[in-house]
Write a protein that binds this ligand. Structure first.
Ligand code: NAP
Length: 298
């Protein structure tokens, strides 16, 4: 039987640890960790993600402050808010909720965040540290994937890893994390030829293509580990029911694999949990404590 990499369960266990970490660190730090979230516009999906983050912060003892800006806000106004949050000693983490309205330049705005407060791990300084294999804040979804594999003691060293997707958010950072952990990594993208042949060589296949039900069992080697990063809301034919699915047709693949991530309940919950980990690690560091969470930041 294949092993389910249960993101809900692993998140729960890590969050228990985080609650304890905060209460222990509060013996020497006199204020709780705090996360500032910048949300622009009224995209309903972003609203749900921000509410989830707020709830998760409250659960472990992080103060969260939501700055909800109007859809037509200028780059300059968002930058001003970022500078203000950078300068605020009581703010440990700054998160710019993506996607932003098209008129705003997300990468330029992320670059303005103090790298020590970049709890999404997307600032070029933190991406550089990842590539150089130096400690730093790590992007949340990829770091969550590594912790899911660790939870079942699945080793990366010496494995053939194939990552489908090369985005800055997922594909590139997970590829570097796998490489740093001594995997042999192939990155595939929309211009890759013979994708199926490449995927069939994977001991660990990470799919982050953003294409619903894209990968079936014909892409997957017997005994592989498959990580489905994709998350899509599909409407039924009568438009009444919304169904969540990933990039992988998991029901087709499951009997063939050693381990898999479900959608929902696999990678998704880990992303939020890693945001909490980054925020607490940043808080400890900024307040002069040694981070006790480095083992969770690959
Ligand atoms: P993205 O920015 O759209 O990137 C998709 C990547 O897939 C691109 O690099 C693209 O190649 C590649 N691709 C597209 N079609 C392909 C094909 N036919 N063959 C091979 N590669 C192909 O998406 P993303 O931000 O990385 O996210 C990927 C998925 O993960 C989405 O469904 C997203 O919703 C989900 N996601 C989930 C979480 C979570 O917490 N669960 C977090 C983040 C993202 P090119 O570079 O050549 O265009």
């Amino acid at each position: 039987m294949s092993i389910k990499l249960d993101g809900k369960q692993v998140s729960y266990e890590i969050q228990e640890r985080l609650t304890k970490t905060i209460s222990e660190s509060l013996l020497s730090i006199k204020r709780p960790p705090s996360l500032a979230v910048i949300r622009v516009g009224d995209d309903p999906a972003s609203g749900v993600y921000v509410a989830n983050k707020e709830r998760a912060c409250a659960k472990v003892g992080i103060n969260s402050l939501i700055h909800h800006l109007k859809e037509n806000v200028s780059n300059q106004k968002v930058e001003q808010l970022i500078y203000q949050l950078n300068a605020d000693n009581d703010v440990d983490g700054i998160l710019l909720q993506l996607p932003l309205p098209k008129e705003l330049n997300a990468q330029k705005l992320i670059s303005q965040i103090n790298p020590l407060k970049d709890v999404d791990g997307l600032h070029e300084t933190n991406i550089g540290k990842l590539i150089k294999c130096e400690p730093g804040l790590r992007s949340c979804t990829p770091a969550g994937i590594i912790n899911l594999l660790n939870s079942k003691n699945i080793k990366i060293e010496g494995k053939n890893v194939v990552v489908v997707g090369r985005s800055l958010l997922v594909g590139k950072p997970i590829s570097h994390m796998m490489l740093n952990l001594n995997g042999t990594v192939t990155i595939a993208h929309s211009k890759t030829k013979n994708l199926k042949d490449i995927c069939l060589k994977a001991d660990i296949l990470v799919v982050a293509a953003g294409k619903p039900k894209f990968i079936d069992s014909s892409f997957v080697k017997e005994g592989a580990v498959i990580i489905d990063v994709g998350i899509h809301r599909l409407k039924s034919s009568n438009n009444n029911v919304t169904q969540l699915c990933g990039d992988v047709i998991m029901e087709d693949v499951i009997s063939k694999v050693f381990a898999y991530t479900p959608v929902p309940g696999g990678v998704g919950p880990m992303t939020v949990t890693m945001l909490l980990v980054n925020t607490i690690a940043s808080w400890q560091k900024r307040c002069g404590l040694i981070s006790t969470l480095d083992d969770l930041l690959p």
